[in-house]
Design a protein. Structure first.
Length: 156
């Protein structure tokens, strides 16, 4: 393959990395990687007319650098909201330039639907963040000098 073809292929494919804290400045210069900061608290809320909260999947681009995403919300098929509490939106902010927030929000929304271990139709956090929190909640009880299991199956 020619070098130009490799450059074109690298530009077409990219990786999406996100976390709940902001990124260090030196990480923001990585090519072909979109870095997203997902804030779980402090996001503004939307209100619909009537009694039900916003629809699941509702997204609003607040400005060029932030998008509000409801990963939980009312479900038209059921004509109700299946949750117990008011849904909390995620505030998505890119840490790199050129990130397509709408495409990134669709990826995040899809990752909230990937938990096959329960009957819940929606989760607030993407599967990858939820898994990281659960593994972290186990690892915080490991003594400092203990050997840590590296296989994911150990934490399931």
């Amino acid at each position: 393959m020619a070098e130009e073809d490799l450059d074109a292929l690298a530009g077409a494919a990219g990786a999406l990395e996100y976390k709940t804290s902001n990124f260090a400045a030196d990480l923001r210069e990585i090519d072909h990687v979109d870095l997203l900061w997902i804030q779980r608290r402090g996001a503004p809320h939307l209100y619909r007319s009537g009694q039900l909260p916003p629809l699941c999947g509702t997204s609003v681009q607040l400005d060029a650098r932030s998008l509000l995403l409801y990963t939980r919300g009312s479900v038209p098929y059921f004509r109700t909201y299946p949750g117990l509490y008011v849904p909390q939106p995620l505030l998505i902010r890119p840490a790199t330039h050129g990130t397509d927030l709408l495409t990134a929000s669709m990826d995040i929304l899809a990752l909230t639907k990937m938990n096959w271990n329960n009957a819940q139709l929606d989760e607030r956090d993407p599967l990858t963040l939820r898994t990281a929190y659960r593994v972290g909640s186990i690892l915080k009880h490991v003594p400092p000098n203990a050997r840590i299991a590296t296989r994911y199956a150990y934490y399931m």
